[in-house]
Write a protein that binds this ligand. Structure first.
Ligand code: BTN
Length: 244
């Protein structure tokens, strides 16, 4: 990964640029597009992803995980969150780092990174995957109350190139595991680092707010929450929100 490396001072969105370049057959598997500034950074649920110039990491990686069927898309979310988790965990033994379903990285209860994966599917499975990563690294100001940065958490600045290299190495590591078919290993690791697993928290779904406990994530990424009356509820992405 990273043998084809495109670094730009600015672009709309590294994910969008990657999609455009892929449509013109300009990318090899493992290509990285990174920019200091996105004018139209995209987040999950149609949100914007804003990041001050040059302070954080905003980049995309191009994969061709043709060994995955469409129903296995969530394997990519798992492996990317685990790669980020490893890198942030390696910075200190003291901080608590978790993956919040489906794939936010949480440090001391606040979001430090987001992942936006855009897959192209054909009859054989996933033909291409654009993995967009936004990691708040050196940002100190104008961070949403629910978010944070590595600098805020660790009280120092980080070398962006070094963090990027570490992420790419961990991604490569987990990608090879996925390619070998060892999904179970990835599932167990994801599950054991899952935020609020087996803990009571406050959620909201289409029918209202409720207290519940995350019990598991199914192979296809569906989240299982047991509500306070013991009823098991299952959610796809966007169908439930953590309130507390
Ligand atoms: C989220 O909302 O949590 C996902 C955020 C993903 C942001 C990254 S930044 C690089 C890549 N390009 C984009 O436009 N979005 C992703």
């Amino acid at each position: 990964m990273g043998k084809q490396f495109i670094s730009l001072p600015s672009c709309h969105s590294t994910n969008d640029l990657m999609a455009q370049m892929s449509a013109k057959n300009q990318l090899y598997e493992g290509a990285i597009i990174i920019t200091k500034h996105q004018t139209k950074g995209k987040g999950q649920r149609g949100n914007q992803w804003n990041s001050p110039d040059g302070e954080n990491l905003t980049f995309s990686i191009f994969l061709k995980p043709q060994f995955l069927k469409a129903a296995q898309q969530f394997e990519l979310n798992r492996m990317v969150s685990l790669a980020l988790l490893d890198v942030v965990k390696s910075l200190s033994d003291e901080v608590k780092v978790f993956v919040k379903w489906p794939n936010d990285l949480i440090v001391n209860k606040k979001k430090v990174a987001g992942i936006l994966i855009e897959n192209s599917i054909n009859q054989n499975g996933i033909s291409e995957s654009i993995v967009g990563i936004g990691l708040n690294v050196n940002q100190m100001e104008n961070i949403l109350p629910t978010a944070t940065s590595l600098a805020q958490q660790f009280d120092k600045n980080f070398n962006l190139d070094k963090i990027l290299l570490d992420i790419v190495q961990r991604l490569e590591h987990y990608y090879l595991i996925l390619r070998s078919g060892d999904f179970r290993f990835i599932h167990q690791l994801y599950e054991s680092n899952l935020y609020l697993k087996d803990k009571v928290a406050f959620y909201e779904d289409a029918s209202g707010k409720f207290n519940g406990i995350i019990r598991k994530v199914y192979p296809d990424g569906v989240l299982e929450i047991e509500d306070e009356s013991g009823i098991i509820k299952k959610f796809h992405f966007k169908e439930v929100r953590l309130l507390s």
